[in-house]
Design a protein around this ligand. Sequence first.
Ligand code: COA
Length: 167
Amino acid sequence: MQRRIGVYPGTFDPITNGHADIIRRALHVVDHLVLGVARNDAKGPLFSTDERVEIVRDEMQYLENGGAERIEVRAFDTLLMKFAESVGASIIIRGLRAVSDFEYEFKLAHMNAHLAPEIDVVCLMTSSKHSFVSSSLIREVASLGGNLEGLVPDHVLKALQKRFARP
Ligand code: COA
C-alpha cells in the first residue's frame, strides 16, 4: 500500500504546545509527516528560519511511540503546494483553534485547491486547552517576562528567555 505523506506547514515562530498537539494527532492521519517551516519574511519572525527548524527538530525528539521516525522537518520558501508536491504529499494538515481561524483557512484551502487539486487539506481541531495560544501572543508575553508554563515546551521557553534577556 502507498505511504500517505502529509505536510503540516507553519511559521512556527516559535512552536507551541498547541502545534505539538496537532503534530501528535496528525500522525494518526498520515504515515509520514513533513513539518514545513515557512520562511515567511513578511511576518518579520523573531527567530530565523534555521533557528525555527532547529527548535522544531528539538521538540520532535520528545514524541512518543517512535513518532520522531515518521517526521521530518524542512524549511521552505516556495508556494506551499509546490513544496507539498516536491515531498510527494497528498494531504496538508492545518489546525483550527476557533471559528475565527475558519475564514482564513477556508480561503487558503480554496486557493491551494486551485493550485493543486489533487492535494487535500485536513483540518484538526486544536485541543481546548490550547485554543487561545498563538505564537504572536507567546512572543508578546515572553517579551514582557510573563509566565508561559504549560503553553510552550521548556526548551522553547529557554530560547525565548535568552532572546528577550535584558543586558
Ligand atoms: N496551536 C497554537 N497556535 C496555532 C495553532 C495551534 N494548533 N495553529 C495555528 N496557530 C497559530 C500560529 O501560532 C500563528 O499565530 P501568529 O499568527 O500569532 O504567529 C497563527 O496561528 C497562524 O500561523 P501558522 O499556522 O503558522 O500559519 P501562517 O499564517 O503563519 O503560515 C502558511 C501559513 C505557511 C501555511 C502560509 O503562509 C503559506 O502557505 N505560505 C507559503 C506561500 C504560499 O503558498 N502562499 C499562498 C497560500 S494560498
